[in-house]
Design a binder for this molecule. Structure first.
Ligand code: NAD
Length: 367
């Protein structure tokens, strides 16, 4: 056994301390030698219901990076479900490795068996690098998987509904910032035109916005430029473009000390999870700079709102869209609360979600 002095021990990352600080209920490591599967499933909170959240496959640099990602993402799911009025808890899974090299039927079915071993406490779905066909393979081993194709009575790809929810949140925030929710002539910078981002651009162009896009994937850029008249900039330039609105739709933590100084936008609304690098500090910095920020876990909830009726075995797309449209009013409620109480919009949203969980937790105390 290696003995560490106190200073070294302090520098050492402690998984248990991190889990305790973030308040997770359960974290499960899954390893399967024959298929090369390495996954982590994190269940953050099940007060409101089973923990539902997608599986992300990514080439993480190391196990710690994967653990931190799954802990942050699963906690975000708790707040997303709570603020959206869904009876779901928060969970998420990450699979470590290159999807192009590792993903095959056996690999996915082995993952499905791990999901099944949690007996419904965790329900999976799509996230980055996982699609509806992958969910079909997982479904051979567990019923605790959603986001199946519509041909199998599932809810299909959640991305168009997520994009619609982001669009609703964007219009509400623009209303708050500019006194009118029209996007006609508004300059909008969209970072990432993948599954969600390209559908969002469709909505923005339809309303007459002037859109600038960026992406690291040329074919995703081409999919947009083939269809719409948009400006394209290099990925790092997106923070410096002259824009009224910044829509982060790629990765997390893009709102940080550096970018807050560079962004010219008065409004920030996008699909990416965990946009604020430091939730408390950067939430307040945006407020102090007079930037209207719509909390990510509220505006990107369309995907999970779309999945919920599938779980209830009653999938209905028009109803899912109707529920997603309510993000507009919820967003205004949060921005108004933040203004009235002099707190960041992120904090306002957390308080509303926490209250719902506390109230429902008490309901469940009675047998
Ligand atoms: P995606 O992988 O399809 O799209 C992400 C896009 O961002 C890709 O085109 C990628 O090339 C691009 N990108 C990556 N790094 C970049 C960089 N540094 N600069 C510019 N572009 C970059 O993923 P998605 O499903 O569209 O999801 C986008 C974000 O929204 C993610 O953070 C995801 O967690 C979140 N989200 C997605 C859904 C959904 O329904 N798909 C729901 C909720 C939240």
């Amino acid at each position: 056994m290696v003995e560490l002095n106190e200073q070294e021990a302090q520098k050492t990352f402690s998984a248990f301390n991190t889990i305790a600080e973030m308040g997770h209920e359960q974290v499960v490591y899954c390893y399967d030698k024959p298929t090369g599967l390495k996954a982590i499933i994190a269940i953050h909170n099940t007060i409101l219901g089973p923990a539902l959240g997608g599986t992300r496959m990514w080439t993480y640099q190391n196990d710690q990076e994967a653990l931190i990602d799954v802990l942050r993402l699963s906690r975000g799911m708790t707040y997303k479900a709570a603020i959206s009025g869904l009876n779901l808890g928060g969970g998420k899974a990450v699979i470590i490795g290159d999807p192009k090299k590792l993903k095959n039927e056996a690999f996915l079915r082995r993952f499905g068996r791990f999901v099944d071993s949690l007996s419904g406490r965790y329900i999976t779905a799509e996230d980055m690098n996982m699609n509806t066909s992958d969910m079909v393979h997982i479904s051979y081993e567990t019923k605790n998987v959603m986001g199946l194709p519509e041909s199998m009575k599932g809810s299909g790809d959640p991305s168009p509904v997520t994009a619609f929810g982001v669009y609703m949140g964007l219009k509400a925030t623009v209303n708050k910032a500019f006194g009118i929710d029209s996007l006609q002539g508004k300059k909008i910078a969209v970072q990432g035109v993948g599954q969600v981002g390209h559908y969002l651009v469709d909505h923005l162009i339809e309303e007459g916005a002037e859109v600038t896009i960026t992406d690291i994937n040329e074919s995703n850029i081409k999919r947009v430029t083939d269809k719409h008249n948009v400006k394209v900039v290099q990925p790092e330039m997106i923070y410096d473009v002259d824009a009224d609105i910044y829509a982060p739709c790629a990765m997390g933590a893009t709102i940080n000390d550096d970018t807050i100084q560079r962004l010219k936008a008065k409004v920030i609304v996008g699909a990416a999870n965990n946009q604020l690098a430091d939730e408390t500090r950067h939430g307040k910095m945006l407020m102090d700079k007079g930037i209207y920020y719509a909390p990510d876990f509220l505006v990107n909830a369309g995907g999970i709102i779309n999945i919920f009726p599938e779980l209830m075995k009653n999938y209905n797309k028009p109803l899912a869209l109707e529920q997603t449209e309510k993000i507009y009013d919820k967003c205004l409620e949060i921005l108004n609360k933040a203004e009235a109480e002099g707190i960041s919009s992120h904090q306002a949203a957390i308080e509303i979600a926490d209250k719902r969980m506390a109230d429902m937790g008490k309901v469940k105390l009675a047998y």
